[in-house]
Design a protein around this ligand. Structure first.
Ligand code: PLP
Length: 417
C-alpha cells in the first residue's frame, strides 16, 4: 500500500513555490523576479508578433488539424531547428551527420539525452573494458533542474567550478582543471549562451580553451541551448560556441549533443517546443539510422509522439522568410529591453550610492543576473517589499520594467545597508 511513513513529503519546487507565494501576495507593488519568462514593459507576458502571424497562417491553412505527429516529431520543424542552431550552411547538416528528434521543450530534450547516454554511450574507459558509467558534469552553479533530470534517469552528475564569487566572473582555471581531471569520455554540460543562473558566458577565447580541453581529454560536450537570441539579440552570435564546437576541425569529439528549447526565444513556454540533435563525427548511415530508431523507441514509450501545435507554429516561423525576419526583430525587442533594464537598475543603485559594486549586472547577459544578494537579503526583499527572487540572489531581469525598476533598486539599497 501507500504509507506516509515511506512516502516522504518533498518541499515545493523552489521556482514554482516562489511563483505561488508571489501570486498569493496581496500587495499591488509586488515584483516577480523569479521565473525566467519574458515580460513586456508593463510586466505582462508577451506574444511575439512573429508568433501571432505564424499562428494565423497555421490555423487558416486548409490542412490544419490536430492529428498525431510522427514519433520523431514534425520533420519540417526538426530540420529547420537544426539550421537555427548550427547555421543554414552547416557542413555537419550538409554531410548528414546530424540526428534530430523533437522533444518536450528543453527539459524533455535533456531527459531524452540523459536516457540515450545512459543506455548507448560508451566512454573510452568503458570500451576498453571498464564499467564507469557516463557522468554528466554540470557547472557550479547551474539550472537547478539539471541534477534532477539526470538523476531521475539514473545518470550520475558531478559539478565543475564555473563562478568565482569574489571577482563575480568566470573561474576559467577551475573549469579547465576539472576538464583535465575528469575520467576520459565524461560528458560536459555547457550552457550555449546566457548562462543560467549567472548570466556570465565565456568569451570566444575562453570557449576555445574550454572546447580544446574537452576535446583533448576525450569528453563529449552537451550544449544546453535554452536562450539563443536572448544574450545579444542575434541568433547567429548566440550560437557561436555551439557552431565553433561542431564545425572547427581542431576539435575531435565522440559526438556533440545539443538540447534545444524554443520556450524562451519564441515565447511559447507552455507549448513545449524543443529538439535534441546529436552531431556525429562522421557520416555513417547505419549508425545514424540505429540512433534514430533508439530515440524513437524512447519517445514512443514515454510520450508516444510529441505535441504538434507549437512545433507547427515554430516551423512556420523558421521556414517563412518574412516571419523569420519578424522573429529576429522580436528577439532584438526582448533582449534590448532586458539590457536597458540592467542599465537602469545599476544607474539607480549608483545614484543611491548603494554599498558594493553593481557593474557585474550589466556585464552579465541573457534573462538573469546573479546579483550577489545573500539569502537573508533576498528574504527581506520578499517580506518587506514584495520583491521575489531566488535565495541564490538570481534575479530574472525580464521582471523589471520602467514602473518598478527604481523601486527595486531602492529596496535593494535598503536591504544591503
Ligand atoms: N535549460 C536551462 C538552462 C533553462 O534555464 C531552462 C528553463 O528555464 C531549460 C533548459 C528548459 O526549459 P524548457 O523545458 O521550458 O524548454
Amino acid at each position: 500500500g501507500f504509507y506516509s511513513s515511506t512516502i516522504a513529503q518533498l518541499p515545493p519546487d523552489p521556482m514554482f513555490g516562489l511563483k505561488a507565494r508571489y501570486q498569493k501576495d496581496p500587495r499591488d507593488k509586488k515584483v516577480d523576479l523569479g521565473i525566467g519568462a519574458y515580460r513586456d514593459d508593463s510586466g505582462k507576458p508577451w506574444i511575439l508578433p512573429s508568433v501571432r502571424l505564424a499562428e494565423n497562417l497555421v490555423q487558416n491553412a486548409t490542412d490544419y488539424n490536430h492529428e498525431y505527429l510522427p514519433i520523431g516529431g514534425l520533420p519540417a520543424f526538426t530540420a529547420a531547428a537544426a539550421k537555427v542552431i548550427l547555421g543554414k550552411d552547416s557542413p555537419a547538416i550538409a554531410e548528414h551527420r546530424v540526428v534530430s528528434t523533437q522533444s518536450l521543450s528543453g527539459t524533455g530534450a535533456l531527459h531524452l539525452a540523459g536516457e540515450f547516454l545512459r543506455d548507448h554511450y560508451k566512454s573510452a574507459g568503458e570500451t576498453a573494458g571498464e564499467t564507469a558509467p557516463p557522468l554528466v558534469y554540470c557547472s557550479n552553479p547551474t539550472w537547478g533542474n539539471h541534477f534532477q533530470v539526470f538523476g531521475i534517469v539514473g545518470v550520475p552528475t558531478a559539478k565543475y567550478p564555473y563562478w568565482d564569487d569574489a571577482s563575480k566572473s568566470l573561474d576559467l582555471e577551475g573549469f579547465l582543471k576539472s576538464i583535465r581531471e575528469a575520467p576520459a569520455g565524461s560528458v560536459f554540460l555547457l550552457h550555449a549562451t546566457a548562462h543560467n543562473p549567472t548570466g556570465m558566458d565565456p568569451t570566444p577565447e575562453q570557449w576555445k580553451k574550454i572546447l580544446k580541453a574537452i576535446s583533448d581529454h576525450g569528453h563529449l560536450p552537451l550544449f544546453d541551448s535554452a536562450y539563443q537570441g536572448f544574450s545579444s539579440g542575434s541568433l547567429e552570435k548566440d550560437a557561436w560556441a555551439v557552431r565553433e564546437g561542431v564545425h572547427n576541425k581542431e576539435y575531435s569529439f565522440p559526438g556533440v549533443l545539443i538540447c534545444q528549447s524554443f520556450a524562451k526565444n519564441v515565447g511559447m513556454y507552455g507549448e513545449r517546443v524543443g529538439a535534441v540533435h546529436l552531431v556525429l563525427p562522421e557520416h555513417d548511415a547505419t549508425l545514424n539510422s540505429a540512433i534514430t530508431s533508439q530515440l524513437a523507441k524512447i519517445v514512443r514509450s514515454e510520450i508516444s509522439n510529441p505535441p504538434g501545435y507549437g512545433a507547427k507554429v515554430v516551423s512556420k516561423i523558421l521556414t517563412t522568410p518574412e516571419l523569420y525576419k519578424q522573429w529576429e526583430q522580436d528577439l532584438i525587442t526582448m533582449s534590448s529591453r532586458i539590457s536597458s533594464m540592467r542599465e537602469q537598475l545599476v544607474q539607480e543603485l549608483e545614484r543611491l550610492n548603494t554599498p558594493g559594486s553593481w557593474r557585474h549586472i550589466t556585464r552579465q547577459q541573457g534573462m538573469f543576473s546573479f546579483t550577489g544578494l545573500t539569502p537573508p537579503q533576498v528574504a527581506q526583499l520578499e517580506k518587506d517589499y514584495g520583491i521575489y527572487l531566488l535565495p541564490s540572489g538570481r534575479a530574472s531581469i525580464a521582471g523589471l520594467n520602467p514602473s518598478n525598476v527604481n523601486l527595486v533598486a531602492q529596496a535593494i539599497d535598503k536591504v544591503v545597508r
